[in-house]
Write a protein that binds this ligand. Structure first.
Ligand code: COA
Length: 249
């Protein structure tokens, strides 16, 4: 059976490749669980220096699987999506993302917690939470206004406007935008492998220092967002929008 998350090891680099192309790599509970487990192993295994999260050269991810949102909505901090995101937040090793094509919903949110983010210039990022009757998640309501200012963040979070990989790099959401999906994946791998030759303890301490000032505040915001998000998933507004998507497909 083809793995929905392909986990590859190259020297000290662990690559998690989203592999559900027929559904644009939409993330199911099982996929979150595999990724959560892989991140935990990467964090504790001294032979792993860095983690690369990627999709294909055509698509990163269409976000949370919409059918899962209806049938098995996350109900608590104990659900697979929370395990994945909290392991991402807590990962002491550098996490690199390679993004081509669509990065929707959590596909964009997760980038805010990666260390290096390479995107194709024509990648399409979007956080259509409000459009689906939902609300921001995993710290985006804190991080984006700080990064972009309230007015620009409002365009992304209150209107659900999409933006390109090129804009993501201009605004500091991504490290660099590249000319094609293939070039993006290659650059991300090249930069991730750089950690092979850097002293791991110095990298770990430096990342910890960069993350420490916001750690407690971020956890508090994520809990507040999580409680509201799980409530919103059961709201008439969200159920109408989510079932509307299913009916259209
Ligand atoms: N959950 C479940 N299935 C999804 C999905 C999702 N989030 N996103 C796409 N799919 C499925 C479609 O239902 C379709 O399946 P089908 O062929 O069995 O009908 C398949 O993936 C291809 O999707 P399609 O919309 O035809 O591809 P596209 O290239 O025209 O558009 C996207 C790609 C990602 C822009 C578009 O699919 C999209 O907007 N998806 C929803 C994103 C979303 O709202 N995510 C949740 C955010 S909280």
């Amino acid at each position: 059976m083809t793995e929905i998350i392909q986990i590859e090891r190259e020297c000290g680099l662990l690559t998690l490749r989203l592999n559900r192309p027929e559904k644009k790599n939409a993330l199911t509970r099982a996929m979150y669980s595999h990724m959560a487990e892989a991140l935990k192993q990467a964090d504790t295994n001294p032979e792993i220096n860095a983690v690369l999260i990627t999709g294909s050269a055509e698509c990163f991810t269409a976000g949370n699987d919409i059918a899962d949102f209806i049938q098995q909505p996350p109900g608590s901090l104990d659900s697979p999506v929370f395990h994945f995101m909290l392991n991402l937040l807590e990962c002491r090793k550098p996490v690199i993302a390679a993004v081509a094509g669509a990065a929707v919903g959590i596909g964009t949110t997760m980038l805010l917690h990666c260390d290096l983010v390479y995107v194709s210039r024509d990648a399409r990022l979007r956080m259509p939470f409000v459009n689906l009757g939902l609300c921001p998640e995993f710290g985006s309501s804190l991080i984006l206004p700080r990064l972009l200012g309230h007015a620009k963040a409002a365009e992304l979070l209150l209107l659900g406007e999409g933006f390109s990989g090129e804009q993501a790099a201009e605004w500091g959401i991504a490290t660099e935008a590249l000319g094609s999906g293939e070039a993006t994946l290659a650059k991300a791998r090249e930069m991730a492998l750089r950690f092979e030759s850097l002293p791991p303890e110095a990298v770990r301490i430096s990342k910890q220092l960069m993350k420490a000032p916001d750690r407690e505040l971020l956890r508090k915001v994520i809990e507040e967002e999580g409680a509201l998000f799980t409530q919103r998933l059961r709201s008439p507004e969200a159920l109408a929008a989510l079932t509307g998507f299913i009916k259209r497909h």
